[in-house]
Design a protein around this ligand. Structure first.
Ligand code: NAD
Length: 462
């Protein structure tokens, strides 16, 4: 950036608080953007359709849970205004609009919320005095790059807000990992790409306020597609780990993959109960939508999607049902798809619930969800952990939350209980001899611990 361009003017206006940053959708992504920008002195206005979410932000609860022990983002912040009235963006002189609405419905990508907010953003731009600054619309949500052409640009044009003239457009996808504080907005390299050099320059200047490393893409399409492809690569690796474990039941595939990961260019994969979350499982669908469902080069992606769709019920049928068939009182530990976060989109815990519905007593526990949350989301009761493990004869440990990894459960789990452990969080525990412990991806029960000659590391969920 030349230091005199649009980027500098915008950043100066934000830093002097003569203009503000608007965030559309105040969930994990939108709220954490507000949190980081506001700490740099930028006035932020967050709009959300959910009054409860707005109330949480007003109370300083920037994550949708306030009990996450690490990666905690909670602060009452005078630079943040949260509202359910998008017109507040006009009175607050918003000049940069970050779009952080959901782009998925169930297991499918969906541009519906994006389609809802772009016309409102146009309305704000048209009604605002932007103090001589060309406003910007930056998509932080994960998108199919083609949506820039099919949704964003046409809706701007239809509202008379001409891209490149009356508004700068760009994509700056997010990579944050809300499970712990290791991978956050500040320390992850940030890919940004604009629909013009001016837009990219603006994004470099803007995100330099909150991110240590900015990596400019050649344009908005390539920036958006990077998110899809990096998630697709991760998906293919995880799906391959699951497939191998089913394909070679005579092998302890968790052990083989752990050994393989000692090679310098092979990441650690752990076969699991399924790939959860809204990022990784959706990536192949974005790629297939972008490349064409019948694209001859995407056969392996199509196969992986097909396998993944029915994966848990297949795993249950061929491995877990036999183990759990005599259990009358089962608890699923963990609703979240990843440790120490309150996020359960496409969690394998939900698939486990479906398969186990006929169990006479089926309960679910997660330290980040209240009894009411669990009743609403899962339709089952919870229990008191770890005390009530004593009246369970089946335990499915889905999420390796810290609370589960640290709890002393050995004396509470009663003899004869079946334990199915997704990632081996309890692999090193010494249970009563008649407890049947199975770590997903191992060959059969009894070899789960004995065959291990050196400590294996565990991989996280997705
Ligand atoms: N959470 C992650 O780990 C993560 C990581 C990278 C990218 N993403 C992507 O970021 C985007 C947002 O994800 P999130 O995790 O923040 O979702 P979220 O569900 O936590 O939050 C989305 C928020 O948007 C609000 N909303 C929905 N429709 C709206 C509308 N029309 N107008 C205004 N607000 C609306 C919802 O009420 C909710 O508060 C998605 O595209 C997601 O794929 C998420």
């Amino acid at each position: 950036m030349d230091g005199t361009g649009a980027g500098k003017r915008t950043v100066d206006a934000l830093m002097s608080q003569t203009a503000a940053l608007g965030v559309w959708g105040c969930g994990h992504i939108g709220a954490s953007a507000m949190y980081h920008f506001s700490r740099q002195g930028v006035r932020c206005v967050g709009y959300d359709i959910a009054a409860s979410r707005v109330q949480e932000i007003r109370e300083g609860r920037f994550l949708t849970t306030d009990i996450v022990p690490t990666g905690h983002v909670r602060e009452e912040n005078p630079n943040v205004t949260a509202t359910t009235n998008w017109r507040d963006m006009v009175t607050n002189q918003v000049v940069v609009h970050l779009v952080a609405v959901p782009t998925e419905r169930g297991a499918e990508p969906s541009s519906a919320a994006l389609e809802d907010v772009i016309p409102l953003i146009c309305e704000v731009i048209r009604q605002s005095d932007t103090v001589g600054i060309v406003p910007a619309v930056i998509i932080e949500s994960t998108i199919q790059p083609t949506w820039i052409d099919t949704v964003v640009l046409p809706k701007l044009l239809a509202s008379g807000v001409h891209p490149g003239v009356a508004v700068l457009v760009g994509a700056a996808p997010r990579r944050d990992w809300f499970s712990g504080s290791e991978h956050n907005l500040e320390n992850l390299p940030r890919i940004v790409g604009g629909s013009s050099d001016e837009a990219t320059d603006l994004m470099v200047a803007l995100y330099s306020l909150v991110c240590r490393e900015i990596v400019p893409a050649r344009d908005a399409y390539h920036a958006a597609f990077t998110k899809v492809i990096e998630n697709l690569i991760r998906f293919q690796g995880l799906a391959l780990g699951n497939t191998l474990s089913l394909a070679f039941p005579q092998y302890d595939m968790t052990h083989v993959l752990s050994l393989a990961s000692t090679k310098w260019n092979i990441p650690l994969y752990h076969p699991s109960m399924g790939i959860g979350g809204h990022c990784i499982p959706l990536a192949p669908r974005y790629a297939l939508a972008e490349g064409g469902l019948d694209n001859p080069y995407l056969g392996t992606v199509r196969d992986a999607v097909q396998l993944n769709d029915g994966y848990f019920s297949h795993l249950y049928a061929v491995r877990l049902r036999e183990l759990l068939k005599d259990c009358r009182s089962i608890v699923i530990l963990g609703l979240a798809y990843t440790a120490d976060a309150k996020m359960h989109k496409l969690s394998p815990a939900l698939d486990a619930l479906d398969c186990l519905r006929d169990t006479p007593r089926l309960r679910l526990h997660d330290p980040y969800y209240s009894a009411d949350d669990i009743e609403d989301i899962c339709g089952v009761a919870t229990l008191e952990f770890p005390r009530d493990l004593s009246d369970c004869d089946g335990i499915i440990l889905v999420t390796p939350h810290t609370a589960y990894r640290q709890a002393g459960v050995e004396s509470i789990v009663r003899p004869g209980t079946v334990i199915v452990d997704n990632f081996g969080a309890w692999r090193d525990r010494t249970f009563a001899p008649s407890v049947r412990y199975h770590e997903v991806g191992r060959r059969y029960l009894e070899d789960a611990r004995d065959a291990i000659r050196y400590p294996e590391t565990s991989s996280s969920a997705s």
